[in-house]
Design a protein around this ligand. Structure first.
Ligand SMILES: Nc1ncnc2c1ncn2[C@@H]1O[C@H](COP(=O)(O)OP(=O)(O)OP(=O)(O)O)[C@@H](O)[C@H]1O
Length: 279
């Protein structure tokens, strides 16, 4: 039997279907952290109010907002560091990989092996470059020198500092420049094989060249890790993040794809802040 040739209309319809199938939606990334109705008080100060925020894996999420709006408090809540302040009280839920980390049964130590943190000021230990990176794996029970050597080299390579330090691994980390110290701190963080890296203004103490290197590094690292970065630098947030959350007076005013936040924000307060009208 002869199969009738497709009519021109049918051909158009068919090619439309193929076109739509080929033009796949961008892959939706899994949620790593899901924050629901989260509140935090320092004594009487209600520092975070009804925070609702999802953070996706293998993306850079930028947290922006004026001084005192709660950015650091929020990222320190994500690894429960904030609870080191005795007056802190919280309500709501922060789920990490589906488990509520605020639940009393959830062990903070478990979280700290999965979530690394890099601070505003590079804070290497007063030890050799090697020992700074080997410290975390040693705490986790790795004693074999060959394995430790491999972890140290791999971590320093991934933080793009290996070539600069490979011949001085036994020297004190304090002898490195600020930018090198910050990359060393990132290597120290990578050595524990985290899933998430929290960065609290990681470039604010660095010169423009070192800042650029950290930004490039964050772009590279997001292929393997989820990164949450507090920054005061709008260009930096626009350059390197996939999602941006704008905090103001302890609330999230807007959280959206970075392109959207910077080109067409939903809230006029976001627009005022990113265009430098306040903050
Ligand atoms: N340990 C603390 N005890 C009491 N209040 C605190 C403490 N830490 C922060 N706060 C208050 O909580 C609010 C949020 O502070 P936080 O440091 O999170 O803001 P931020 O947005 O990170 O500010 P910055 O950009 O200046 O670092 C501020 O009002 C601050 O004074």
């Amino acid at each position: 039997m002869m199969i009738p040739a497709a009519t021109p209309q049918e051909t158009v319809e068919k090619s439309k279907t193929i076109d739509l199938a080929a033009r796949k939606q961008p892959e939706k990334k899994a949620v790593v952290y899901d924050t629901k109705d989260f509140n935090l008080w320092y004594g009487e100060t209600h520092a975070l109010q009804n925070i609702n925020l999802s953070i996706h894996e293998k993306e850079v999420t930028a947290i922006i907002g004026p001084s005192g709006c709660g950015k650091s408090t929020y990222i320190k809540s994500l690894n429960r560091m904030v609870e080191l302040t005795p007056s802190v009280r919280t309500s709501g839920v922060i789920s990490y990989q589906g488990k509520n980390i605020l639940d009393k049964s959830f062990k903070a130590e478990e979280l700290r092996t999965k979530v690394g943190m890099v601070f505003q000021k590079p804070n290497p230990f007063p030890k050799s470059i090697y020992e700074n990176v080997a410290y975390g794996p040693k705490i986790h029970g790795i004693r074999n020198k060959k394995i430790l050597d491999e972890i140290v080299e791999q971590s320093l390579r991934r933080a793009y500092i290996w070539d600069e330090v490979k011949d001085r691994l036994k020297e004190n980390a304090y002898g490195l420049s600020g930018g090198q110290q910050q990359r060393l701190c990132i290597a120290r963080c990578l050595a524990i094989e985290p899933e998430v890296i929290l960065m609290d203004e990681p470039t604010s103490a660095l010169d423009p060249k070192s800042t650029l290197r950290i930004e490039e590094l964050a772009q590279e690292l997001k292929k393997e890790y989820s990164i949450i970065m507090v920054t005061h630098n709008m260009q930096q947030a626009a350059r390197i993040s996939d999602q941006t959350a704008f905090f103001l007076n302890g609330e999230v005013v807007e959280c959206n794809r970075t392109n959207h936040v910077f080109s067409n924000p939903d809230d006029s307060r976001t627009e005022d802040y990113i265009s430098g009208r306040f903050g």
